[in-house]
Design a protein around this ligand. Structure first.
Ligand SMILES: C[S@@+](CC[C@H](N)C(=O)[O-])C[C@H]1O[C@@H](n2cnc3c(N)ncnc32)[C@H](O)[C@@H]1O
Length: 401
């Protein structure tokens, strides 16, 4: 069984690991930026379709130590590339090198490409490869002289679900939004709210999670064009994903924003994602946020006040958010921001703080836990989603500074 790699943004590795566990993949190794696991060819299709917080799924071809270009060439040339790559394969190569004797990614890229082309040319009896067929992006990571060679199976990053045709100002990456949700205690029987919803990423991801809808169901993946992967594998994975969608009633998902245009965009995006009926949209400022529901979860990405002149406005918003906390004593709150004084402005000490990056902006994900909801009789909960209430680690009461 080949090794697969699910790549993940800093801070989301444990979430991706949990997702893989739920998908049934047992042998997993979590490292910075990736989770490596054993999976057969159906795992390539299933993981591309289902992973919510991973960036990509790579097929690992080999891992070895190399300290010079001669060694790198020989090891790469010896690999059975023809098992995956047809004679017309297009082969872009990308190399990253850190703390290694092989320093130049550019030279490394030329060597790896030459080694693959030499091998395939010999096997297929060609002097020159046409490279007119399906793409096989080769990903080479050299870390401390350890070379990992993999092929990207996803193509466009997994955050490109296909529902966000238009984005508002500073939209969250879909994979980060899904990670924030899975780091929270929200589940489909608790009311969800995002009062700064912008283009709707968090409520749309919540609706997809709540409905157990595979995030990649409406898009294509690069490996679907690979002749070595039977069409059946993709058809079966898609049909499994369609059958897994939950049609029962789920708790309200409430999305609001002060900007009417943002709400129009969010509504359009939700329609494209097929979850518009699950989300209640409204245009209103945070100061008007109220809910008569108990034990809800508010997850949001408010303005950070990063730009000159916007800091004061953001600070006022955080005070208003603090009042919303006080009005909803049974709710849990989760806020992503880079503002250094957020905690003071909101006026409450978080139960946990987690470092996450929104693009290049270093942020803190503040987690404020409300009381646990009373236990529901199991019969009233939708079954069979594989989604459970635990966040990625069972550290409910810790505050990580
Ligand atoms: C960083 S953006 C949120 C982006 C969103 N998470 C997405 O993925 O598109 C912040 C949002 O807060 C909204 N906003 C600003 N002031 C507000 C207020 N007083 N009440 C409610 N929303 C506000 C903005 O209109 C903007 O859409």
């Amino acid at each position: 069984m080949p090794d697969l790699i699910a790549t993940a943004a800093f801070g989301l590795e444990a979430v991706v690991d949990r997702e893989l566990e739920r998908l049934g993949y047992a042998d997993r190794v979590v490292e910075d930026g990736k989770v490596t696991f054993a999976g057969d060819e159906s795992a390539i299709a299933r993981c591309n379709l289902w992973l919510r917080s991973a960036d990509r799924v790579l097929l690992q071809i080999d891992e070895f130590a190399a300290t010079d270009f001669g060694e790198l060439f020989d090891r790469v040339e010896a690999l059975p590339w023809e098992e995956w790559l047809p004679r017309d394969a297009a082969i872009p190569v990308e190399v990253r090198a850190v703390r290694s004797a092989i320093r130049s990614p550019r030279s490394g890229q030329a060597i790896v490409k030459k080694a693959i082309v030499t091998r395939l040319g010999r096997v297929y009896g060609l002097n020159q490869l046409p490279e007119t067929g399906p793409r096989f992006p080769i990903d080479v990571a050299i870390v401390a002289d350890n070379v990992t060679i993999a092929i990207d199976t996803s193509g466009d990053g997994l955050h490109k679900r296909g529902y966000r045709k238009t984005a508002g100002v500073a939209p969250l990456k879909e994979t980060l939004a899904a990670g924030m949700l899975q780091l929270s205690y929200w589940k489909r029987d608790r009311t969800f709210a995002d009062p700064f919803c912008g283009s709707g990423t968090l409520p749309i991801e919540a609706a997809m999670l709540g409905r157990n809808r595979a995030p990649g169901l409406d898009r294509r993946f690069l490996a679907e064009e690979w002749p070595a992967l039977p069409r059946r594998v993709w058809d079966e994975a898609r049909s499994e994903a369609k059958n897994a969608i939950i049609t029962d009633v789920i708790a309200p998902i409430v999305a609001s924003d002060i900007d009417q245009k943002a709400i129009a965009t969010a509504r359009r995006n939700a329609e494209t994602a097929g979850v518009a009926r699950d989300i209640e949209f409204s245009t209103k400022p945070i100061s008007q946020f109220r809910s008569s529901d108990e034990y809800g979860c508010l997850v949001c990405n408010p303005p950070y006040g990063e730009r000159l002149g916007e800091r004061g406005e953001a600070e006022e918003l955080y005070r208003e958010l603090g009042s919303a906390f006080a009005r909803s004593p049974t709710w849990s709150f989760y806020v992503l921001t880079s503002h250094p004084a957020f905690q003071d402005l909101v006026g409450r000490r978080p139960d946990r703080r987690r470092k996450l990056y929104n693009g290049r902006i270093e942020c803190v994900y503040y987690q404020f836990y409300g009381p646990r909801p009373p236990k529901c009789p199991p019969a009233t909960l939708p079954q069979g989603s594989g989604v459970d209430a635990r966040p990625a680690r069972a550290d409910h009461d810790r505050v990580a500074e």
